[in-house]
Design a protein around this ligand. Structure first.
Ligand code: SF4
Length: 124
């Protein structure tokens, strides 16, 4: 479900590392992030596909999780915040307008997280 083979490989590597090293430190980014680095839509000015809408989306999620751009913590700690603050049904409001929302993979990922299941590579 990615944009190119290179993007899929990069995302799979990121997801694999998060799954295998839950204690790895991550930095919150409101705006273009490590996932975007392999995307052909990333330009010096940001995302050419979604523009500021994706930045506003990030800011909404960061607000719900009680984090700010630049915050650093372990992946496990960030995941715990998601587990406590977000339910699968919340995504219809929280992620309203996201073109990936209708596929349902993110809601499935949140449900898996709440059930204590490991991260899969399905969520974009
Ligand atoms: S937010 Fe934009 S640049 Fe980042 S992965 Fe999505 S489409 Fe690509």
């Amino acid at each position: 479900m990615g944009y190119s083979e290179g993007f899929v490989a990069s995302l799979a590597a990121i997801v694999g590392r998060l799954r295998d090293e839950p204690g790895v430190r991550v930095r919150v980014r409101v705006g273009s992030d490590a996932v975007c680095r392999a995307c052909s839509s990333l330009s010096a000015g940001g995302c050419t596909r979604y523009g500021m809408s994706v930045v506003h989306q990030d800011a909404r999620v960061a607000d719900v999780l009680g984090v700010a751009s630049g915050d650093e913590m372990t992946w496990d700690a960030l995941r715990a915040r998601v587990r406590e603050a977000v339910a699968p049904d919340d995504l219809s409001d929280l992620c309203a307008g996201c073109p990936w929302l209708g596929y349902g993979v993110c809601a499935e990922g949140i449900a898996d997280l709440r059930a204590g299941l490991p991260l899969t590579s399905g969520c974009p």
